[in-house]
Design a binder for this molecule. Structure first.
Ligand code: 13P
Ligand code: ZN
Length: 270
């Protein structure tokens, strides 16, 4: 059996967290990532009959029964994942009754999965229903996007329109736009349910005055989605700080992009 520390999925996961940390998005223990693994990937590096610990989920995840996830630990710092994955992240399977995480590896210091697991697993369920190839849910605290939620209308259509205007390729990268949730108490089933409802409509959900949730097929693509939204927010904040934009991408220009890239884009924005 291969050593899990040499597996592609774990190394890519830790490298992604390190990148996010270096971009300043994940202060202290800020942020969490869940990665749906295939049974083959897990069996290559772990004995799936050896359950180390059962951790109650606190909500019903029956729709994910038997599925394997790599998930960051609660209270853990993204900057430390590369050097010490075993204490900072864990691999578990959802039990047949959907009530427990069957820990196979990790959380070695007695820790447990992120406090945001409801939002992650409920989002996986919601995305898999609309896109069976979805594998990643990523939560982070991008600085400029957070700042923008203090400055701008917390409205899905207005927010999407503004971000699309801030960088020519935005509409290409997130034609489904962004969904904006009001401030809500984090770490609860309620914010999980609200996030899942929104992420079914758009792969990007903004948690006002807190951060972002993005879903995608792989780590790179999901990271790239956060990066693109954050860069648009940065351009918005920079231009606002300079007295506001003098020039803007018009709706007709956005429509030209949509035509050129053959996009199915969100209704009601342009
Ligand atoms: P965890 O340390 O439990 O993952 O929480 C971090 C966070 O970003 C909460 O929203
Ligand atoms: Zn957070």
């Amino acid at each position: 059996m291969k050593n899990i520390l040499e597996s592609k999925f774990l190394n890519e996961y830790c490298a992604t967290a390190a990148n996010m940390y270096r971009l300043g998005w994940d202060e202290r223990n800020g942020g969490n990532i869940s990665y749906l693994l295939t049974e083959e990937e897990v069996k290559e590096v772990l004995d799936t009959d050896k359950v180390v610990r059962l951790i109650p989920l606190g909500f019903d995840a029956k729709e994910l029964a038997g599925k394997y996830f790599l998930v960051s630990g609660t209270g853990k710092y993204f900057k430390n994942f590369v050097g010490d994955p075993e204490n900072n992240v864990g691999v578990f399977r959802i039990s047949a009754d959907g009530q427990n995480a069957e820990l196979l590896w990790g959380y070695a210091d007695g820790g447990r999965f992120t406090s945001e697991l409801p939002a992650h697993l409920m989002s996986h369920i919601a995305r898999l229903r609309v896109d069976p190839t979805n594998r990643v849910v990523m939560h982070t605290h991008p600085t400029n996007l957070l700042a923008m939620t203090y400055m701008f209308d917390l409205d899905t259509v207005k927010f999407t329109h503004k971000l699309w205007q801030m960088n020519t390729e935005c509409i290409v990268v997130f034609p489904d736009g962004v969904e904006v949730l009001p401030w809500m108490l984090c770490g609860t089933n309620e914010i999980g349910e609200a996030t899942a409802e929104k992420i079914a409509l758009s792969r990007t959900v903004i948690w006002s005055m807190h951060g972002i949730y993005c879903a995608g097929h792989d780590l790179d693509e999901t990271f790239g989605l956060v990066e693109t939204v954050e860069k648009a927010a940065q351009i918005y904040m920079m231009t606002e700080a300079c007295g506001g934009a003098k020039n803007l991408i018009s709706d007709d220009q956005l429509k030209l992009l949509a035509k050129r890239f053959n996009l199915t884009y969100r209704d009601g924005v342009i």
